[in-house]
Write a protein that binds this ligand. Sequence first.
Ligand code: NAP
Length: 317
Amino acid sequence: MQQIIIIGSGPAGFTAAIYAARAGLKPLLFASAIGIGGELMNTTEVENFPGFPEGIQGPELMQRMQEQAEKFGTEVVYDDIVDLDFSGEVKRVTAGDGTVHEALSVIYATGSAYRKIGLADEERLSGHGVSWCATCDGFFFRDKTIAVVGGGDSAMEEATFLTRFAKKVYVIHRRDELKASKIMQQRAFDNEKIEFVWNSEVTAIHGDGEVTGVALRSTTDGSTSELPLEGLFIAIGNDPRTHLVHGKLDLTSEGTIALEGRSARTSVPGVFAAGDVTDPHYRQAITAAGSGTVAALDAEDYLAALEQQQAAALVTA
Ligand code: NAP
């Protein structure tokens, strides 16, 4: 039986692991069967994580967090969690290989998943010109004409990064102003390979086998147009990964895991949550790391209280 199981290997999961391991709780951390490190593994330069004035590559930052967690005694398991049982004091989590692990506390830090537009063509052409990850797939679009959908920091970052490869990058946005931070906007505006397509939404993605273009509809007057393309990157935000806890933990109206005040306590005693799965708003590496700290400290308090209760029960027995 573990003291603590951490599910998730982004900044929240690894920071929780560093704190829990330093508290002597020997955490067992479930990364993922395919992709350890969370969203930062798909990022290039991280310029806003304190302590790195020159910036640091996302994958290197995650590797360092993992090293730090392991150095203090975290055991990392490269498997997905496929089922959870939070019904008793002992929590049970089932890994992809079928093994059931038991723990007195769980920190749930599964992050968020790329949002989809919701078009049938999106799935059909995924991996054939449609992508959600510029750093993973940008290389395949050398000298091509492509587009990025979205108006936030992710879209600006992806578009700017993709100009390293593509000859032209359109940014298709549904409004006439961006949500992205001023610095990211300016970088995109200053890039002569980037052209903005304002007030437009993608209604279809064309291509038999590979992307050949998209159909657009104006969000102002409903008029339609066609844009020939060889690739489409979708960067319209993320949704919290909560599918395993539906019906087991309370969620907020925004779909994130509900927490008690500023704590990491969920609706089930002994289960804590941290990172993007709890955060509809800030969603930064540093805020996720901070919430991982809160979760580890709350779990520590919970375990100490549980131990005291058990000791008191023995005395009275
Ligand atoms: P976001 O800030 O939520 O922006 C999503 C964008 O996609 C918005 O412009 C939104 O349009 C648009 N959108 C949403 N749903 C859409 C749909 N169905 N069809 C078309 N467009 C749609 O998401 P994000 O850009 O992924 O950023 C998430 C968080 O990560 C933010 O806090 C951001 O600051 C952070 N981040 C930071 C960095 C960095 O600092 N280097 C890099 C990436 C992300 P509207 O504007 O009309 O709502």
